[in-house]
Design a protein around this ligand. Sequence first.
Ligand code: ZN
Length: 632
Amino acid sequence: MTPYRKFLLGLGLAGSLQLGACSTQTTTTDETMTAEQLGMAQAPSDVHSFAKPAEAVARHLDLDIAVNFDQKVIAGKASYQIENKAKGNEIIFDTRGLEIEQVYLGKEQTPTTFKLGDEKEFLGRPLIIAIQPETDYVTIQYRTTANADALQWLNPQQTAGKKHPFLFTQSQAILARTWIPIQDSPGIRITYSAKVQVPKELMAVMSAENPQQKNSSGSYTFEMRQAIPSYLMALSVGDMVFKPIGQQTGIYAEPATIDAAVYEFAEMDKMLVAAEKLYGKYRWDRYDLLVLPPSFPFGGMENPRLTFVTPTVLAKDRSLTSLIAHELAHSWSGNLVTNGTWDDFWLNEGFTVYFERRIMEEIYGKDYADMLNVLGYQDLQHTLEDLGQTSDDTRLKLDLEGRDPDEGLTDIAYEKGNFFLQNIERVVGRERFDQFLNKYFQTFAFQSTNTDLFLDFLRKELIQGDEKIAEQINIEGWVYTPGLPEDHAKPTSKRFAQVEESFKAWQSGKPANQLQTKDWSSHEWLHFIRMLPEQMSQQQLAELDKAFGFTNSGNSEVLAAWFIHTIRNNYAAADQALDNFLTNVGRRKFLVPIYKALAATPAGKKKAQEIYVRAKPNYHAVSTNTLDAMLK
Ligand SMILES: [Zn+2]
């Protein structure tokens, strides 16, 4: 038993109703049944949403909004087709920092009453709308406020082109409710259409069927026919252009960035082919990328049909594109089969990391994927040290009740999740595991799942009562126990073994410029930099810098790893580059360790605060929420 299982009790039909939300759209054959038919555990309720989907649930959204850059406000109407399952007299939506102006019932728009409940930290306020038993359509007229954490409004100076403002959203985990009143739970899926008015010199794109050209009116319409959870609602507005890569793939970016992006991501079509070969047909029609300005807080966000991606992977040598494999993999794990609550986040991310490495292996070979696994394992070890080996947050199945679900977005879900799946693959063999995964994606397509459902499926389809297999897979050790099981297999890499040899040679006195580093990729360099000792002399740092040009590297991964050493050892020659990096790049994965390294000494902390004041306008709330706490 785990503490979380209490949510499984006494829920009656709630869980299966949520799971059944899209069963009408799921093709079932003799071989595949819906989760409901399999009679599995009920889905737990979502402690991060006020909605009561078992009583009244949204099915389709018609969004009609205008984007005002002068006021930094989105205003308009969110109209929902709803199902009033309980035939009761209210439906509840999630809001946070929204101004609700008026609510109407039916297509004829009859005004109705509503109330906003008490504000709760992280969660915002429930919007409780009075409805009739027969109500099937509600319209909420609203506007966003300065507290819309999902939105980042960039002034022209913060873009690559420097001429036009830019806006993008980041809804995961529970920020969709800061720009749309919505039932903001990953266990609830909706289709949507949208009409978006923007300044006529700009273009709008969404996680939907998108325009490929600017029009002269600034009015854009969108259609998303596949049902998605709320955290995949996405909008971006700016001066952008589109260029195709393949028949089904292409790139949106600012004009100043588009050519570099087309070069960098030229292999995205190949990745799509590799992914389909592994886990079945891509279910979302087009797969495009939107390259954002550098303030984007994540590496990428898997908004369906249109992945949002950081420009920090534009390394000019296609060496950081595993990120695209990752976001593409989410088209199966996450977008198609979705974690039902944020406590099950590892189902989204662990699967996606596993799948990402398989795509990379398919395209670049096993030696390449091995490097990614070793780096991932190093990241995992750091996270385990940071959180503490016995912390409950190092279990795959989390308990985030009463906390911001963002706190669960650690490497545990990603890398521990991945290594758990690799362990299952090792036990049952790749062929059987691939068959199992294909069936899993087919069975749960366009539905939400959770840890119990997955584990039941695993027991039924793979373990099948075999005690030896059960013991080797070790569900209890991986999913419910903190840290890593003692007998886990550690990943190794042939290419890194060569890096380690060069490193040892340098430590034994061979000059840096005579080391064997020919044809090293970003990953080899990263491994090399991570091996550097904590204490280094100015002379050593200068020698490496002169030989390999780390401080002036155009590669964000190399820079971010290098700065940790230059900060620790007060290597002043890198200060200006560090300042530039921090004031331009908003990707949280880089910012957090760098600011942390700075904040380790009183003088460094002062410097960090000084840079942070200048840099903060370039960071999204997702990043500043983490950094504010660290630097206060
Ligand atoms: Zn991911």
